[in-house]
Design a protein around this ligand. Sequence first.
Ligand code: FMN
Length: 362
Amino acid sequence: MWPGTRLTELLGSRLPIVQAPMAGAQGADLTIAVCEAGGLGSLPCAMLRHEQVRSEVARIREQTEAPFSLNFFCHAGAEPDPDSEERWRRRLAPYFVELGVEASSTDAAPSRSGFDEAACALVEDLRPPVVSFHFGLPEAGLLARVRATGARVLSSATSVEEGLWLEERGVDAVIAQGAEAGGHQATFLRADVTDVSEQVGTFALVPLIASAVRVPVVAAGGIGEGRAIAAAFALGASGVQVGSAYLFTEEATIAPAHRAALEAAAAAGSARTALTNVFSGRPARSMVNRIVEEVGPISADAPAFPSAGRALAPLRSAPEGAAQFASLWAGQAAPLGRSLPASDLTRLLWDEAVAVAGQFAG
Ligand SMILES: Cc1cc2nc3c(=O)[nH]c(=O)nc-3n(C[C@H](O)[C@H](O)[C@H](O)COP(=O)(O)O)c2cc1C
């Protein structure tokens, strides 16, 4: 039956809908709600300490028997670069003067950790049914240990070359992440990841990758309602990964300024978003606010991932600073978002997709 059962058989979920892991925007409540509604719930671990991952996984296992995914970043850590940090501080200095905040009073921004020996030992201990990675894959020895736990392994590709690279290294499914996607682009093979002009949109990327690889393809980027899900299946995907649409749910733990900006975009039916490196050092899609407009969207002064965000912390924390200086992650289709509990949204997404597919057939 259309769209086939390749992905649901692989992952063990009832529906071929993966809730995108969204570091800094959710904890286990979203994971649990999606799992209970039949989708594959995900827990992003990149910004959690290992004790937090343990307690969140314990909560997931208490509240659902459905399979779930743990997600990790696996970028190579950049060497500290004091010159570049200094250039960035100088670039941001006028904002500190304007807002009357001290650059030196910086509390560290939540940092994003890569996948190391300790993270691998955590996975071996917790044995999640599914593990997904962003920014490629961990080095071969660690990846082999993850696979030996029996976990299904997924990772995102932003090009055919990345999809083939992931397949060669044994992933069970490739997430084809189009340029529309909210949050960080997974790009890992290109030397200059800050050149976003070549990023491929979901509508072209999904059939390209589906034609190139044998493993199931999960479409991601700009998918937040039934029409887009049905389109993704028509393009050759076996499932979808939905991110921004879940930011509108009560289970998302985003800041009030972020939620207000998303709700304003939904009310207007439109939003300006851009791929920008000003918040972390790597291109990620955010709504356009003051810092994106004035310093970005791509700034040569931003230090390498993930350290660019640290210098912005005092600006974000200043009164009125959040809307102007904090990341407002959102994909291009975010204005179609609906404020619903995550379980209702998951069921609605599926019902809508089935209804659209019925129209095709009829
Ligand atoms: C707020 C936010 C945070 C994200 N964090 C992660 C993450 O931690 N790990 C990851 O693999 N992808 C992350 N992504 C990217 C998603 O996996 C996915 O590619 C994207 O949300 C799909 O596009 P959409 O937002 O248009 O649905 C994030 C996306 C958003 C919107």
